[in-house]
Ligand binder design. Sequence first.
Ligand code: UD1
Ligand code: CA
Length: 461
Amino acid sequence: MVAVAILAAGRGTRMKSEQPKVLHQLGGRSLVERVLLSISDVRPSHCFVIVGYKGELVQAVCEARLSLDRQFGQLPALTFVEQTQQLGTGHAIQQLLPHLEGFEGDLLVLNGDVPLLQPETIKMLVETHTTHKNAATLLTAQLPDPKGYGRVFCDRDNFLQQIVEDRDCTPEQKQNRRINAGVYCFNWPALAKVLPDLKANNDQQEYYLTDAVNFLAPVMAVDVADYQEILGINDRKQLAIADSILQERLKDRWMRAGVTLVDPNSITIDDTVQFDPDVIIEPQTHLRGHTVIRSGARIGPGSLIENSEIGENVRVLYSVITDSQVAADSVVGPYAHLRGKAKIGQGCRVGNFVEIKKSTVGDRSNVAHLSYLGDATLGERVNIGAGTITANYDGVNKHQTTIGDGSKTGANSVLVAPVTLGENVTVAAGSTITKDVEDNALAIARSRQASIANWQPLKKD
Ligand code: UD1
Ligand code: CA
């Protein structure tokens, strides 16, 4: 049986942020969420998150994401344990003593600021630990630049001799490039026995978890194959480096799955985005949140799509789409903004400076130039003329506009909601429509044009 503890109580002073470090974002997820994802193969019996600095916020984010995202499906409910004062990583784990009384299994400990670990790596660590029946097993890496990390000293069989924190290292010890990743698997009864004996006699006057490791035997170290996985985030520079590693991973994965990325370095993709094969993403395109892109779609250049579903063979050009859906074979843009649950049907054309909010556009309808549709429901084959605006807001409430199948609005029409146009209605250009229009009618609501013959313009004396 394995219990998990994630250390997430520190503020992360070096981030220079009001926000707790573990809530900083990487590829659309917070650091702590990423750590939670990395334990998905372990199937823990308990999962503790040690919180301190803005703990209620960390708890709220974790709980909200866990309930939202199917990828966390394997995890038990999280137990948040408060560490009121952050007196060190060992002190953080001491907080678990009352929670795990009598627990006979293993405890997997992860730092909340190590977000790139792969589930297979964690699985390998736990398996090595259980096969060898170690008192503790820790994940290590050979870093080209080990500065800042605890150094790990082992004998030839990878049994631990000592971990020394960077700041407590002698100049010779600093030469060792094998570092402590901050990820450990402990035999809990053995750890529980040594935890109360930790002393804070080090440079930081903190209770170090690494000291507990030093008290245990046998302790084995296992190197991770790719050192990039264990990079810790202590400042914004490291956050940016981790972000580029993550982007590269995601892009490799999607290109292998049949997605063309044109100029991949200019594209960003959250790891919650899904693609069907045969999608083309053009430069300067950013895909975020729970977005799905179907086969044959071509997105970009210059587009931002967030929490939206883009259907088969859809073309999106220089546009922003959030929380919306576009069905197959439609064309969006250049310069369209779809938001707040806009739902575009099949074979539609939306674009050239068009904003659509919380509206449904039926199949084969066009909203092709300079329009705003808000809180509107359009039938099929509707043609919205250039510059048509739904006046949906009276200053207090939003109102609905409904337009039946086959209707057309002329250029520069204003539809003052609430208002309903029937089927096959024609609205004359420049009309301000304030009353419902019946099926098959022509609605004209503008002042009649007058001509005054032989008009003599006024002249200055
Ligand atoms: C720690 C390890 C170091 C290792 C490195 C890997 C110790 C003493 N050192 O150093 O050997 O190479 O991680 O990244 O463990 N935290 C708490 N409560 C506390 C203190 C910290 O929850 O009282 C949390 C922090 O929020 C953070 C994690 O523990 O998520 C690690 O703490 P941090 O101060 O960043 O440790 P490092 O100095 O990086
Ligand atoms: Ca750290």
